[in-house]
Design a protein around this ligand. Structure first.
Ligand code: NI
Length: 259
């Protein structure tokens, strides 16, 4: 197997007890490469540390909409710190996860939008793609992407099953990443969404430790489970596991600029 998990959180505390062992096992069990995602300043530092320690681990750096600070000054300070983190270090493959999330908080929409736009600028300055988190904020997300060009494009991580978002995202040049919910029994329109995405524009991810796919739903997720998402896509598209696995791998290497 040659699995490429394009988004997970290996620094999560749910891995504290057995992180080293698990990472060793991942490689043995066919995880070829993975991207561990930043979501806050500390989360970004953790991701970078992991990518320094293991050759097959890459990192993203960014402040997620659920981690934006209350003030603009603090936001600017954190973004400056992200730049310091990036300096002369080549295993940071995207700015993310960044975006908008109105599920948990609708009182801070202005600073969420500001953080999103400023980090698109950061991505352009660092010549990186972005990894987008969007939840219950589809129209605003699309509007910001239309008005703020991302030179290296990026990825909609854990793609919501929304036809408009996927169509617009593709039109704007972005990749769509499928996660555990693709396999859930109630994801009735998953096949329709999967078929909307061209073969050179999809990725697969676990978002572990969250969102374990079927048949492991409800347990601690880990990057090996990306195989269930590949299986689902293969089934929907009527292709072999190997074919989908290889496409996902090539697509991830292209967008993240990995050899
Ligand atoms: Ni995530």
């Amino acid at each position: 197997m040659k699995l490429f998990d394009s988004h997970c959180h290996l620094d999560d505390e749910r891995f504290n007890e057995d992180r080293e062992e698990l990472i060793k096992k991942l490689k043995e069990d066919g995880v070829y490469k993975l991207v561990t995602a930043g979501y806050s300043l500390q989360g970004s530092r953790n991701a970078v540390e992991l990518s320094k320690k293991y050759d097959f681990i890459y990192a993203t750096i960014g402040i997620s909409p659920n981690d934006v600070p209350d003030t603009q000054e603090e936001l600017n300070r954190q973004i400056e710190e992200l730049k310091v983190l990036y300096k002369n270090y080549k295993k940071i493959v995207a700015v993310g996860e960044i975006g908008l999330d109105y599920h948990w908080n609708t009182d801070n929409k202005d600073i969420q939008k500001m953080a999103f736009i400023k980090q698109i600028e950061l991505a352009n300055e660092l010549n990186l793609p972005i990894q987008i988190h969007t939840r219950e904020a589809i129209m605003d997300t699309i509007e910001i992407l239309k008005n703020n060009k991302v030179n290296k494009y990026g990825i909609f991580h854990c793609c919501p099953f929304n036809r408009e978002l996927v169509k617009e995202g593709i039109k704007l040049g972005f990749y769509i990443s499928f996660a555990g919910p693709t396999t859930f029994k109630n994801a009735k329109n998953a096949p329709e969404i999967i078929n909307l995405v061209p073969e050179d524009r999809f990725l697969v991810e676990t978002d572990s430790p969250y969102l374990a796919p079927e048949p492991h739903r409800g347990t601690r997720n880990d990057p090996r489970n990306v195989k269930y998402i590949i299986e689902k896509i293969a089934e929907v598209k009527g292709k072999s596991f190997e074919e989908i696995q290889n496409l996902a791998c090539e697509n991830a290497k292209r967008i993240f600029n990995i050899e």
